[in-house]
Design a protein around this ligand. Sequence first.
Ligand code: PRP
Length: 179
Amino acid sequence: MHNDIAEILITEKELQSRIAELGKEVAKDYEGKTPIFVGVLKGAIMFFADMVRATPIPCEYDFMAVSSYGAGTISSGKINLIKDLSADIKGRHVVILEDILDTGNTLRFVVDHLMEKEPASLKICALLDKPSRRTAPIEADYVGFTIPNQFVVGYGLDYDEIYRNIPYVGILKPEVYKK
Ligand code: PRP
């Protein structure tokens, strides 16, 4: 599996140190508000687990599942809602935790969907941001790392469902997805 990685883009240590900073920032902004953190499955799972532990304030969490990529490396643009929230977020402060903001199609869909549920506020915290690929009008309120336009896997991010359990963020060798 590691042999398919061309280069480590963000090490485990760099991930944890940036998440510790993000957690402190979010905790400060939401002190006294008991926010609901919404994880967007499946890619966000590692980031979600580390981020909530780095945010030392009372909070709740919930999950949504959406999918856009299928087996390719390019977003199809069509988003499918696989699982909606369980919690009622009306009047609540919601923070979406997402692994990557790429074209923006997924988060545009998620934000539009959640806004219909009338939260008191809604913010986006994205571990990775690839602004060069954005086609949908959306930006994150908190960003872990801004990255170049390369196909990355690991720390929750997959290619064809594989590589999610790699503990760092790495650039996948092009020959893996051009096979
Ligand atoms: C990936 C990733 C983001 C989305 C970002 O999810 O986890 O949710 O793509 O891309 P976009 O900004 O171009 O929409 P994917 O649909 O592959 O599902 P997954 O989270 O289950 O891996």
